[in-house]
Design a binder for this molecule. Structure first.
Ligand SMILES: [Zn+2]
Length: 149
């Protein structure tokens, strides 16, 4: 890796590094205990405004997925020319608390994605701006089988 390339982490504010490594940061309603990601200041379930920051973990299961096969409109900012766009997976990851997180996936091959498969949080580079590599969080299969490697 070229150490001279700077990195713009588009979603670093949504993450924390804990003893278990990288985790997602969300919030939880103090009154009704509903979880939110990204963190929010108020609860749409009970209209409460007492929210606590919480860690949502780094492991979940693939609840559903699709493949983004064409270049999205703004605010997508991958920086590539339309002809250079490469499809990527997008999914919902169900976390242990029950919240489902919409996330980029590290793989886009439909034969390697199965609903219910264990997934874990990673950081992934997805493009370039004029002066930096663009990075975000993503989920990747936790136990890739020989078929899914
Ligand atoms: Zn609430």
């Amino acid at each position: 890796m070229n150490d001279n390339v700077s990195v713009h982490h588009a979603t670093r504010h949504l993450l924390n590094t804990s003893e278990q490594g990288l985790v997602l940061l969300g919030s939880r309603c103090v009154t009704c205990h509903e979880y939110y990601f990204p963190a929010t200041d108020s609860c749409t379930r009970c209209c409460g405004s007492q929210m606590a920051v919480c860690e949502l973990g780094s492991q979940g299961t693939l609840w559903s997925w699709t493949v983004q096969a064409f270049q999205p409109k703004s605010p997508y900012n991958g920086g590539e020319a339309p002809e250079d766009f490469e499809a990527y997976g997008v999914g919902y990851i169900e976390m242990p608390s029950g919240i489902r997180i919409e996330s980029r996936l590290t793989i886009s091959d439909p034969t390697k994605l199965t609903i219910g498969m264990p997934m874990h949080l990673v950081e992934a580079d997805y493009g370039k701006s004029a002066d930096a590599v663009l990075r975000t969080f993503a989920f990747t299969p936790s136990n890739p089988t020989e078929e899914s490697v």
